[in-house]
Design a protein around this ligand. Structure first.
Ligand SMILES: C[C@@]1(CC(=O)O)C2=NC(=C\c3[nH]c(c(CCC(=O)O)c3CC(=O)O)Cc3[nH]c(c(CC(=O)O)c3CCC(=O)O)/C=C3\N/C(=C\2)[C@@H](CCC(=O)O)[C@]3(C)CC(=O)O)/[C@H]1CCC(=O)O
Ligand SMILES: NC(=O)c1ccc[n+]([C@@H]2O[C@H](COP(=O)([O-])OP(=O)(O)OC[C@H]3O[C@@H](n4cnc5c(N)ncnc54)[C@H](O)[C@@H]3O)[C@@H](O)[C@H]2O)c1
Length: 212
């Protein structure tokens, strides 16, 4: 069951500082998490992120039991199986979800390949069968989702908020939201002929749907 987590301000701990840890930490910082990396050495990319941009904290030493205190999520990404296993055991004991980059099955959460277009999120997972294949599929999907989707999601977001604010009857609201999802706005955005709707246009659309 894939879920999207809101990580804003949440403490997330990454153990290890190689390219794999860098990928996980970048994702956490982008999600607004309070990111903590514990590792005696880190990649240049992580150094830039954590020290120069001050987006997160680098604890410059090996993992110690207790490093996961207060963590919302934990990531074990060292190149040492016994360390990753110890991190996984601490997380398990503390009830903290754990991603083990060296052994997907030992952890209880895996990171899928992800494509984002504004609010649109496409995730691809092979359930650990072939992570490189997940990455390739994302590249393929990437070609099918242009910037037009970003505009489309923006439009859906403002229109949905407007409908929720103006239409109180649940049945009518549901019908309108379904019509909205079925509308050909995306086609018109793609054709280049779409202009942001003002309040009058939104009201007109709602009335048009109600008349039919
Ligand atoms: C999608 C992506 C997201 C991300 O990491 O953020 C991701 N792996 C990526 C790339 C990648 N990983 C590996 C290669 C080398 C080729 C190969 O082996 O196939 C490449 C390709 C590359 O680097 O180009 C090796 C590898 N990966 C795992 C193991 C251990 C094991 O098998 O359990 C080993 C063997 C290690 C060893 O040999 O020791 C485990 C996991 N990797 C996952 C995710 C989770 C399952 C996702 C799924 O399948 O749904 C899972 C279970 C746990 C996790 O890490 O969450 C990311 C694409 C990022 C992007 O888009 O750029
Ligand atoms: N999940 C994935 O996507 C994926 C992809 C490739 C490899 N892997 C696995 O993940 C592991 C890490 O990959 P990498 O390329 O980043 O490895 P790496 O060897 O480049 O980096 C390992 C990092 O772990 C740190 N480290 C070592 N011992 C530590 C300790 N006791 N406490 C804290 N940090 C410690 C090192 O300082 C280093 O920064 C690999 O060994 C492999 O098993 C996973």
């Amino acid at each position: 069951m894939p879920v999207l987590l809101n990580l804003t301000g949440r403490r997330c701990v990454v153990i290890g500082g190689g390219p794999v840890a860098e990928r996980k930490a970048m994702m956490l910082v982008a999600a607004g998490a309070e990111t903590v990396v514990v590792s005696p050495a880190i990649t240049d990319g992580l150094l830039r992120l954590l020290k120069e941009q001050r987006q997160g904290v680098w604890i410059e030493r090996e993992y110690r039991h207790g490093d996961l205190a207060g963590a919302f999520l934990a990531f074990a990404a060292t190149d040492r199986t016994e360390v990753n296993a110890a991190v996984a055991a601490e997380a398990e004991a503390e009830g903290i979800p754990i991603n083990d980059a060296g052994d997907g099955a030992r952890g209880n959460m895996i990171t899928p390949g992800v494509l984002r277009r504004g609010g649109l999120v496409v995730a691809v997972s092979t359930s650990g069968a072939g992570p490189a294949a997940a990455r390739e599929l994302i590249r393929e999907i990437d070609q099918h989702f242009g910037e037009d989707y970003e505009q489309y999601i923006d439009f859906l977001s403002s229109m949905r908020a407007f409908i929720k604010e103006r239409v109180s009857d649940p049945g009518r609201r549901k019908r309108l939201l379904r019509r909205l999802a079925e509308s050909d706005i995306l086609t018109s955005i793609r054709g280049g002929g779409f202009h942001r709707w003002d309040e009058a246009a939104m009201i007109a659309w709602i009335e048009e749907q109600t008349e039919e």
